[in-house]
Design a protein around this ligand. Structure first.
Ligand SMILES: Cc1ncc(COP(=O)(O)O)c(C=O)c1O
Length: 434
């Protein structure tokens, strides 16, 4: 029997952070504890408090914390003095990763991609994708979408919608056209059709882009899930106008939406795919940009980075692919849990006249205001549930539980969430907001 989380109320001494760490930090402000250990779906603070993790390192820990199979693979590798850092040298660990990716993931999906090891963050994989698309097509503009989030470096930030994040750039963010995402103008308006119309019109002023960059489910932008039809239309438009289709699968990939790649369900075949977050399986930094072999027009070193050879991440990623993706059992498990999550969130939404968002194990509930959503996440944290918000106004409470979470843990966390939503929408709060 899993015990319910028992958090501590003790806020530890934070003077070292106030003295030394930049004010740019954010999660630590809303969750003021000193975490020390983590296992499976749980994080533990220094004072013995336990917290059920519905944030999962923002989808970087799809297989939970310190999964025993991945941890053992890493311990064995370190124990035999396996290479840790290798620039882009050939290593046994890298070869094993590539072979496993090819055999376990790409071949069964009839995908043929060349793999580029970028710097180890998602934003770096996006930068590489943008550069490659511009280089191959000779065009400058990228189409990205309203509410899209693609990272914090200048190229990726240009493709990001959020004004707060864009404001940090300090220079103009250009060469990107932010097109309306699926549903942006309501469910009756087909935004793919609108885009096609403008591209087809020689007087619309819209030049054909180098690439269309899309998230199938917008992780940071509010869990807006594109329909399969819309994604297929976008893929067709890209092809028709000589643009490359880039799917940013950094948050929605690695099983989060039910299949390994989030675009599988729609049956689209992106020209370029970016991956990071849960790719290493253990929270180790690791990112990839994959593309059709014909697009591999890079010159050696044209996009490089010191940390492209994180062999520890290769080892854990290989172990994760073998352990979770060699057959269809894990996919079935995610889809079952995703359905359970959908029914629980629908029930909460129905009780309060709200709506839900998302797909698979990447879903949330729209509290309609950032204040209400903040009341939910704060109350949840006080009860030992780590959960965060997303969306233009931080109004969506987003559930990113580990895909490996047990049914009992999942029920426990969703029970807490249900209570917190009820509390946050209690008459005194609603009256105060009016
Ligand atoms: C879809 C998407 N792309 C890119 C990024 C950037 O990844 P990173 O924070 O590792 O740079 C994120 C991060 O949340 C993301 O969700």
């Amino acid at each position: 029997m899993t015990s319910f989380p028992k958090p501590t109320a003790t806020v530890p001494d934070t003077t070292i952070y106030e003295r030394m760490e930049s004010k740019v930090r954010s999660y630590s402000t809303s969750m003021p504890r000193s975490f020390d250990r983590a296992k499976g779906s749980w994080m533990y603070d220094e004072n013995g408090g336990s917290y059920l993790d519905f944030l999962s390192g923002c989808a970087s820990l799809n297989y939970g914390h310190n999964h025993p199979v991945l941890k053992q693979a890493l311990l064995d590798y370190i124990e035999r003095d396996g290479v840790t850092h290798s620039l882009d040298l050939h290593t046994k660990a890298k070869a094993e990763f590539l072979e496993t990716l090819e055999e376990v993931i790409l071949k069964p999906r009839h995908l043929s991609y060349r793999v580029m090891f970028t710097g180890p963050t998602g934003t770096n994989a996006v930068e590489a994708a943008l550069k490659l698309a511009r280089k191959v097509t000779g065009r400058e503009t990228i189409f990205s979408f309203t509410n899209g989030f693609h990272g914090m470096t200048l190229g990726a930030l240009s493709c990001t919608g959020n004004a707060g994040k864009r404001g940090g750039a300090g220079v103009p963010l250009s060469h990107v056209s932010h097109e309306p995402f699926d549903g942006y103008h309501g469910s009756d308006v087909d935004t793919a059709e609108m885009l096609e119309k403008r591209l087809a019109d020689p007087s619309s002023g819209l030049d054909a882009p180098a690439a269309i960059l899309v998230e199938t489910v917008q992780g940071e932008g509010g869990l807006n899930a594109a329909s399969n039809e819309w994604l297929r239309s976008i893929a067709t438009i890209a092809k028709r106008y000589g643009a490359l289709l880039i799917v940013d699968d950094i948050q929605a990939g690695c099983g989060r939406t039910g299949r390994f790649f989030s675009f599988e369900e729609a049956g689209v075949r992106p020209d370029i795919v970016t991956m990071a977050k849960s790719l290493s399986g253990m929270g180790l930094p690791f990112a990839l940009t994959m593309f059709r072999p014909e697009l591999d027009q890079w010159s050696p070193g044209e996009h490089n980075g010191t940390f492209r050879g994180n062999n520890h991440a290769f080892v854990t990623a290989t172990a994760a692919l073998k352990h979770f993706w060699s057959d269809g059992a894990f996919e079935e498990e995610i889809q079952r849990k995703g359905e359970y999550l959908r029914t629980r969130l629908d029930r909460m939404a129905e009780e309060h006249g709200l709506t839900t968002r998302g797909r698979g194990m990447m879903r949330g509930i729209d509290l309609q205001s950032g204040e209400a959503a903040d009341r939910v996440t704060s109350a949840a944290f006080d009860r030992g549930l780590i959960i965060e918000t997303s969306g233009a106004h931080d109004e969506i409470v987003k559930v990113l539980a580990p895909l490996t979470i047990t049914d009992e843990e999942f029920t426990c966390g969703l029970d807490i969430l249900e209570d917190c939503v009820r509390e946050a929408l209690a008459p005194q709060f609603v009256a105060a907001a009016e």
